[in-house]
Write a protein that binds this ligand. Sequence first.
Ligand SMILES: O=C(O)CCC(=O)C(=O)O
Ligand SMILES: [Fe+2]
Length: 293
Amino acid sequence: MLNAVAFGDRHSIKMISAGRLVIRHIKSTESSQDILEELDARGAVIIDSLVPESVTSKIKDELRPYLDACPEGVNNFSGESTKRVGALMARSVSCRDLALNPLINELCSKFLEDFTDGYQLNFTQAIEISPSETNQPLHRDRGVWGGYLSRKIETQFSTVWAISSFSEANGATCVVPGSHKWDKDREATEKEVVFAEMSPGSVLLYGGSILHGGGANTTKNEKRLAVLIHYSLSWLRQEENQYLSCPPDVAAELPDDLRSLMGYSLVNPILGFFSPHNKKGVELVSPKHLFDE
Ligand SMILES: O=C(O)CCC(=O)C(=O)O
Ligand SMILES: [Fe+2]
């Protein structure tokens, strides 16, 4: 069950986001330690312009056919004026580079290192929010694993890449700074919600325990496009099934490090082995066996 807390009209939120509660914008040249300290303190941080607009415009082109063909969501969580496209490693060459971005992977590894020997790709999704969309209920992404894991265990490292610009008006992600340390039943008030406004190529980082949600789009004709790439502890079930979204014949075309990140590898040190069903005498091998020359 997702821990969902709805909130209503947002007329007073702008004032607050200019005040005490903020998401800090950090340059990619700052040390990873500074970025992680900010992530720990407020639960979310934005790295400005981590990739250039040439990358975000390529991503727009690569995703457009899938977005055009995609139906809108069916409820207020998926968004009735929102399109969601997955399988991004199979479908978008440029999104593969986002998933492998060296700074993101360094931060992810450090952020999760107390809880796991490794991390994996958990979820990939392009989210396009159109005019007339309302706020997605605030939630914690760790909710997909139920309430079984201790809150002391961080489940994931999440990225929301701005592919279009993100503004309060067009549906920028809403975040409740500090809520990653709240009691799980505390509800956010309107004035505790801030908007992850950012330029294309910037990226919002947060963990599994922070309250957040997609924003309302009050513009006349502006769409907000994001690419979400989430990483999780390598011993948790992946939210998006990478082996079905990107099956072995497609994964064969990908770089080895990306395949490993998707789960085509052994971790911890034996999780994920298999025995090829169509061979005799080959047992308990790493998924890497599939791609051996
Ligand atoms: O679209 C966004 O900004 C956030 C979406 C989100 O948090 C989700 O679908 O879990
Ligand atoms: Fe979410």
